[in-house]
Design a protein around this ligand. Structure first.
Ligand SMILES: *[C@@H]1O[C@H](CO)[C@@H](O)[C@H](O)[C@H]1NC(C)=O
Ligand SMILES: *[C@@H]1O[C@H](CO)[C@@H](O)[C@H](O)[C@H]1NC(C)=O
Ligand SMILES: *[C@@H]1O[C@H](CO)[C@@H](O)[C@H](O)[C@H]1NC(C)=O
Ligand SMILES: *[C@@H]1O[C@H](CO)[C@@H](O)[C@H](O)[C@H]1NC(C)=O
Length: 790
């Protein structure tokens, strides 16, 4: 029991790393936890538009903070927020003045300045070095991810304008406390790696460092940067996590044999006050095949006040030549106290590369009396126990309270998880949410005039045949589906010659086959797939012999639906083999695979990509893709056909880069993280789903429009990131609740840097809360088409 208690007491000291995915709490502008006196501004127009009114979603005063007079392009007006402690900021939300319909002033763009001490101010820049963010809307809340995050106590929001205009702002900050109090680190500058056979630059510099880069000495000092941005590098340091940056981006790396190194890299860490350290965690690469290893040993010196203590803490690591994974190396720091730390990391190989460093503090109990007392109680000594009894009792009571709280939390967690799971199905919503005003929506009908509703039983069927999602059709019994429902012709099975396997799902497989004599079979005038000599390459989706009757039924339904679709931007069903088992459907073969893979492997066209022969796409290619998808969807909408799973992974590209919308489970295994599994039974593409589909099971053409907006977003981020990559599945579901409640707390996808503003506006309209505010596919097609040949 004593041991157990000790463990609990020590638990909080073990944490200390920030996970940016979860560090997204509202910091108190909206709910008032940041008091008025911590809000200041360079000026205000009236008393009623002072800084204390800059609270998100608040209509107090005249509804926002507005600086005095017209804002000129050269002006530098600001709203300043004092967070009272160092904070790790991951998200920034802005809103214009609404004032119950009277106001419409907003800031078309803004900059952020921040300071850790209130003296030295720094400007925030995104990972590509851009300072200005452009939100561009009035009463809708616009959330902008801060990548890199800001670590600061004070934040200034500086509205920016291109023309003389009135601006007003309301804001919210999101993040979590920066517990370890690290103010800055200094280090030698990161280096370039030259690699034979690799044309691009591998730059291991600290590109988000916000201190001084002393180029002459090759040193960084006085700032924080990539080592504290919460992003750990990958096992392969060439693979990057960020979008649109260079190879090696996530790491800060140094080479052993450069002049001036004495076999180690020295770093110094400065903290806000005296801190008592339990350990330091260093996330380090270990790709030994390329000469990178974790450090062999490290020595750290401590400076509690004015001078350095002579005795370092030293630690040798166990080197590892078998596992090339990047890893956290934990260096124990023996609970010594310091305001500054100086550590020497010794090389184990040619290169050393770090992506994160964090410190764990011994801070849970400021006075160690409780801790010591319980230790002594564990081995009681008769002399001292009596006079400490009151403290001991106090301690035990505290511990019991803690236990109760922990048990309560565990129970509560389990409860919340259950609720989350249920939120997906219709039944649970009745309790949690009022009936939303869906009556104003024109009911877009599914294929067979039956507005689909996903009760839990339906969701099971969603999984579809080869792991893909099914189209919206009402439940049909096996008997009601007969050969005459299928208008595609039966192809002689022996004329399909297997070439290779393209993918597989739960109940089937997709093969690449040669179809002998297919042109003759389809007859004159039938548009033919690309020919490869005499035979034609086709994709054959085949149901496994052991598939359930449900899967079989779904497979026939998919055939039935596909055989009625005929559009240049929809995958074409050529023929089927359903007279005997196994059931097959034969479609066009799309040589360039799916759009997600295609874009993910490419960069945006530039002189750099030309010079280095990097596969690339141009902005006009991207626009052309968007137009083609909207055209295909326009066709489906004209048939009142609901797709339900529009996403880049379901758009295929042929040899000439024509896009065809499909819904194959071809490579669904690759994309399993895009789907949310409900109690292990059904999978839903929640990151692409409209709020009403998630909460009410309502799938309509308007929810396809929502998914189209997300698909556009994917295209303009070149599929380098999953939508809402920082939110967990549960948070995505919570976010759809925010869309429903519409109190401005919903998080939107950010504007991709490549995306023209007018296009982002179009995306935002696809994500309107009300179905009637979303554009139609016809409208989207008309809006996108003119962009193409600009
Ligand atoms: C923002 O910071 C930059 C320095 O990075 C400084 O030049 C500028 O004056 C600051 N602006 C405000 C309003 O604090
Ligand atoms: C880091 O290296 C990249 C690629 O060489 C370069 O574009 C960038 O400007 C560098 N950043 C800093 C802060 O030195
Ligand atoms: C740090 O905390 C430990 C554990 O309570 C304590 O023993 C040690 O004296 C502290 N160190 C300093 C220098 O305060
Ligand atoms: C902001 O919106 C206005 C109209 O709503 C538009 O004219 C302007 O181009 C937009 N600016 C940006 C930067 O998106």
């Amino acid at each position: 029991m004593h041991l157990f208690l000790l463990l609990i007491l020590q638990l909080p000291a073990a944490s200390g790393q920030i996970d940016p995915e979860h560090c997204r709490y509202a910091l108190g502008m909206e709910d008032g936890r940041i008091p008025d006196q911590d809000l200041t501004a360079s000026s205000r127009w009236y008393e009623t538009t002072g800084p204390q009114y800059a609270r998100l979603n608040s209509e107090d005063g005249d509804g926002a903070w507005c600086p005095k007079g017209q804002l000129e392009p050269s002006d530098s007006q600001f709203l300043q927020i004092d967070l009272r402690r160092l904070t790790f900021l991951t998200l920034f939300g802005t809103q214009g003045r609404y004032a119950r319909g009277l106001g419409k002033e907003f800031a078309a763009a803004y900059r952020l300045n921040y300071s850790r001490d209130g003296q030295l101010w720094k400007s925030w820049k995104n990972r590509l070095g851009k300072e200005v963010r452009d939100p561009n809307n009035t009463y809708g809340v616009f959330s902008n991810d801060l990548k890199p995050p800001i670590i600061a106590r004070y934040v200034r929001v500086i509205p920016v304008t291109r023309l003389s205009t009135t601006v007003c702002m309301r804001v919210e900050l999101y993040g979590c406390p920066w517990e370890d109090g690290l103010l800055s680190y200094s280090a030698p500058e990161g280096q370039l790696m030259m690699s034979p056979g690799n044309p691009s630059v591998i730059s291991l510099n600290d590109s988000t460092y916000d201190g001084v880069h002393e180029k002459r000495l090759g040193k960084l000092f006085g700032g924080l940067g990539q080592l504290t941005d919460g992003v750990t590098g990958r096992d392969d340091f060439l693979a990057i996590r960020q979008y649109n940056v260079w190879q090696g981006y996530d790491y800060l790396g140094w080479r052993n044999d450069t002049p001036g190194t004495q076999g180690y890299v020295e770093m110094e860490f400065v903290f806000d006050r005296l801190r008592n350290f339990t350990s330091m965690k260093v996330h380090s690469n270990n790709m030994y095949s390329r000469g990178v290893k974790i450090f062999s040993s490290v020595s750290c010196w401590f400076k509690p006040s004015l001078s350095w203590e002579p005795e370092p803490v030293s630690f040798s690591t166990i080197l590892d030549d078998r596992n090339p994974s990047a890893r956290y190396v934990t260096v124990p720091l023996s609970r010594r106290a310091a305001r500054s730390l100086r550590c020497r990391f010794y090389y184990a190989d040619v290169w050393m590369m770090f992506s994160e460093i964090s410190f764990q503090l011994f801070s849970f109990l400021q006075k160690p009396s409780c801790f010591l007392l319980i230790s002594s109680a564990a081995a009681p000594s008769p002399s001292s126990s009596s006079d400490k009894t009151p403290i001991l009792i106090g301690c035990l009571v505290t511990i019991i309270l803690l236990l109760v709280i922990i048990i309560f939390l565990i129970l509560w967690c389990q409860c919340v998880c259950k609720v989350l799971e249920k939120a997906v199905c219709l039944t649970a919503c009745g309790g949690g949410y009022a009936e939303p005003d869906v009556t104003q929506c024109t009911p877009h009908q599914s294929f067979n005039n039956n507005a689909p509703h996903y009760a839990e039983t339906d969701i099971v069927r969603l999984q579809g045949v080869t792991g893909s999602n099914m189209y919206a059709v009402p439940a049909l019994t096996v008997d009601s589906l007969t050969r005459k429902d299928i208008s595609a012709a039966e192809f002689p099975r022996h004329q399909l010659i297997f070439r290779e396997k393209l993918g597989e799902g739960q109940f089937g497989e997709v093969h690449l086959c040669e179809a002998e004599g297919l042109p003759e079979f389809l007859g004159e005038g039938s548009p033919l797939p690309d020919r490869d000599g005499r035979s034609v390459l086709v994709a054959v989706k085949q149901l496994r012999a052991d598939a359930t009757s449900q899967a079989r039924n779904d497979f026939l339904k998919e055939i039935k639906i596909m055989s009625r679709l005929d559009d240049p931007n929809i995958i074409r069903l050529l023929c089927v083999c359903v007279s005997s088992d196994p059931l097959c459907m034969v479609t066009e073969y799309m040589e360039n695979g799916d759009l997600n893979m295609f874009l993910c492997q490419r960069e945006i066209e530039s002189t750099l990509t030309h010079a280095n022969n990097i596969p690339s796409v141009s902005l006009s290619d991207l626009l052309h893709m968007a137009v083609q998808i909207s055209s295909g969807m326009k066709y489906l909408a004209s048939l009142n056909f609901v797709h339900r799973d529009l996403a880049t992974r379901n758009c295929l590209l042929d040899r000439r880069l024509t896009i065809k919308i499909a819904d194959f489970g071809m490579s669904r295994n690759l994309y399993s993280s895009d789907y949310y599994r409900i109690q292990g039974r059904a999978v839903l593409p929640i990151r692409w789903m409209a709020w009403e589909s998630i909460l009410l099971g309502k799938f309509t053409t308007a929810s396809d429009v929502w998914a189209f907006g997300v698909t556009l977003w994917e295209i303009f981020t070149l599929c380098k990131e999953q939508p809402y990559s920082l939110l967990s599945d549960e948070q995505v579901i919570e976010n759809s609740g925010e869309f429903f409640r519409n109190q401005g707390r919903q998080i939107f996808l950010y504007a991709p840097p490549l995306c023209p503003p007018s296009l982002f506006e179009l995306m935002m309209r696809c994500w309107s809360r009300n179905i009637t505010d979303r554009p139609t596919f016809e409208g989207l097609y008309q809006a996108l088409r003119p962009h193409v040949n600009q």
